[in-house]
Design a protein. Structure first.
Length: 277
């Protein structure tokens, strides 16, 4: 039987298809680079290169948690790492399977439900860390790491100013540090790449302005004028959802400046206490 697609999975797949990109993570933009949809794949490649450059020497085996389309895993394999993946989203898992071939193990489950006796030199979260509570991911990763292993994560966190901004997602950064301190990890590095990743919001905002808002407004006009009875009928059921959608996507508040104000995009390497010593 065909599986049901969650709205989160749908969003990720739709985004990748509309943006015509193989990656589901942000781009890493350098000063002077024109921030356009056309340059997004190049910026995403730069992001993957940045991420891979952070893998410590000596790492051989990697678990890619939330592998998306499998593109990052493919790059890791090309660089000679042994890679296994975790992918709870069936549609994305299919895409990753096609890309990686039958020899790469993809666990079709969440990290929380992952049942394996395997352990790894490095557990990677490329923009998948925000989907799992640190109270669950941090202890689970300790079980999955070899004695000298590392957790590498690249993701954004929410700043205290986040409040009710239109930008959702990200664990609260201050609470994350507090939780982290309760586990035997050493924060080997913690780089802030918010400035390099914020331009992605501009790409999305341009797309919303140029395509989605005009389509949305035209459809709304059509239904108000041609099908007022339908609007009246559906309004009580859909009003709250539509207001939320309009605030989130069409209020033009998903900007690079808002991202810089409300989020902190970070790349962190957490090593098991005693790793490398
Ligand atoms: C934004 S995408 C990032 C995909 C990929 N890592 C990349 O860098 O392009 C988020 C990924 O996290 C996965 N994910 C969401 N919840 C998860 C969970 N509880 N356990 C493991 N992966 C999860 C999604 O299926 C998706 O593959």
């Amino acid at each position: 039987m065909a599986h049901k697609v969650s709205s989160r999975e749908l969003g990720l797949i739709l985004g990748a298809r509309l943006l015509k990109t193989e990656d589901l993570h942000y781009g890493y933009w350098v000063p002077g680079q024109e921030v356009t949809l056309r340059n997004l794949p190049a910026a995403q490649t730069a992001h993957s290169d940045y991420l891979l450059s952070k893998i410590p020497a000596g790492v051989k085996t990697i678990l890619d948690v939330g592998c998306g389309t499998g593109h990052v895993a493919q790059l890791l394999l090309q660089r000679g790492y042994e890679v296994e993946c975790v992918s709870p989203a069936p549609l994305l898992t299919e895409v990753a399977r096609k890309r990686l071939g039958p020899d790469v193990t993809i666990y079709p489950t969440t990290l929380e439900a992952l049942d394996t006796a395997s352990t790894y030199d490095l557990v990677l979260f490329s923009e998948s860390f925000q989907y799992i509570s640190p109270d669950e991911s941090l202890p689970r990763v300790l079980e999955l790491l070899n004695p000298d292993g590392h957790l590498l994560l690249c993701d954004f966190f929410a700043l205290p100013s986040d409040g009710d901004s239109a930008l959702s997602g990200g664990h609260p950064l201050d609470r994350f540090y507090t939780t982290l301190a309760t586990y035997p990890y050493v924060l080997t590095f913690d780089e802030d790449i918010t400035a390099q990743t914020a331009p992605n919001l501009q790409v999305i905002d341009d797309m919303l302005r140029d395509y989605f808002i005009p389509v949305w407004e035209t459809l709304a006009y059509y239904f108000r004028t041609n099908k007022p009875w339908l609007v009246r009928l559906l309004r009580p059921f859909l009003r709250k959802r539509i207001e939320k959608l309009e605030f989130k996507y069409f209020s033009r508040s998903r900007t690079a400046e808002a991202f810089i104000r409300h989020k902190s995009y970070r790349c962190m390497l957490l090593s098991r206490s005693g790793a490398g010593s």
